[in-house]
Design a protein around this ligand. Sequence first.
Ligand SMILES: Cc1cc2nc3c(=O)[nH]c(=O)nc-3n(C[C@H](O)[C@H](O)[C@H](O)COP(=O)(O)OP(=O)(O)OC[C@H]3O[C@@H](n4cnc5c(N)ncnc54)[C@H](O)[C@@H]3O)c2cc1C
Length: 445
Amino acid sequence: MNRIEPERIHRLNDRPLARGQYVLYWMQASQRAFWNPALEFSVDLANEHNLPVLVCFGLTPNYPEANLRHYAWMLEGLRETAQALHERDIGFVMRLGNPPDVALSLAQKAIAVVTDRGYLRHQRAWRQYLAQKAPCSVIEVEGDAVVPVETAYGRAAVSAAVLRRRIQPLIPRFLTPLQERAPRVRARFAEPTLDLTDPQKLYALLDVDRTVHPVDLPSGTKAARARLCSFLQKDLPLYAEWRSDPRRDVTSGLSPYLHFGQISPVEIAWEVSRANAPGASVFLEELIVRRELAINFVWYTPSYDRWEGLPQWAQETLHAHATDPRPALYSLEELESARTDDPIWNAAQSTLVRTGRLHNYLRMYWGKRLLVWTAHPKEALRIGLYLNNKYGLDGRDPNSYTGVGWCLGLHDRPFPERPIFGRVRAMTPEGFTRKYGTTVEKALL
Ligand SMILES: Cc1cc2nc3c(=O)[nH]c(=O)nc-3n(C[C@H](O)[C@H](O)[C@H](O)COP(=O)(O)OP(=O)(O)OC[C@H]3O[C@@H](n4cnc5c(N)ncnc54)[C@H](O)[C@@H]3O)c2cc1C
């Protein structure tokens, strides 16, 4: 039982193991059959008790802010995961319902419930609810951060520099491969389950916005690993020099796979470290320091999706400039349909709507411009989160709240004062065009 670092393991209640027929793994954040500490912990526990492992997934018909684009992509990935679990002799059940209630119903016959860790408010509330109600031990195993959030730092880090100092010495200890172990007892369950092979039937069960169409990007662990492999061969050597240039798409494109837990960040970091390519350390800064700064932010900041989550200095300066004249005010509808007078912004917004993706540098520009076109910075935050989470395949992630928050001063330092932005770092169309010329929007459209 010691192949998973103890810092990843959190006991959510003090109930003992019950008498039961299986170890239940309630899968929610880490939607994968490989390099998944919660799953491997379940296998080890089951082997110790000569029991099989049953994985369950609760399909909520109305996940917060999710629409057909997100569901279609997730269900495609889960279909592969269910198949991979089956090939590993591990059971898989998916049922419609409130996820912790689905887990709770199956917990009645489990010796213990193991789950993964989610960092957002509703994910934490779900786990607490289950821990209170389950008749057995509930154990959470954190597998979607390289360094577990509370080990990395015990409070909200004000900047990347603060977290970097703490996290860097810890990385080698957590950057180790996780081998799958075979279950000793083969799963043979007759539990009723939804059929993942018929997506249209599953879509019919959902109570979501269907106007945001699914995107043409393969989902699942195999696709994530293929993308990682091609990134290592082609783009990693160019990453340090070209990652900020939206005209050369040399970034990994792994954010949706990470968001749905289809690939482990430890696996990515492990492979990148082994590749020993130029650019590896720059990439690991983004994957570990920046990504885990976002995890740190949502974990320690209860108001991570609200104005109050921004640093005090940023709130004050943006508020002081809230009445500065704006060159134009656009409604949500105009913004959503990319009808501003800025062709770069329109191209970025259209790309996000069409593909569910947006290059990091463009995303920064996209978020910053909202400040200029909304009546109050609170409105910019609200609209930024709404559009990012609605259209981004990787939206509704700790990175979403941190990325949009960064546009309003989060984790950044004050800059010389200027209209509208106050002391928050500004980005302008002139600056953008000086850097990248006028070809970006043509490349995007
Ligand atoms: C306004 C705004 C909104 C954003 N919304 C999201 C979002 O909804 N979901 C999301 O995952 N990211 C978001 N980001 C962060 C960043 O833009 C994306 O993570 C990145 O563009 C994803 O592309 P990639 O996988 O090719 O990144 P790569 O450059 O290949 O980086 C690899 C991984 O490192 C992490 N990473 C890279 N850049 C950052 C960063 N600046 N901050 C935190 N982590 C980073 C991501 O997990 C990424 O997948 C946002 C940034 C901004 C400025």
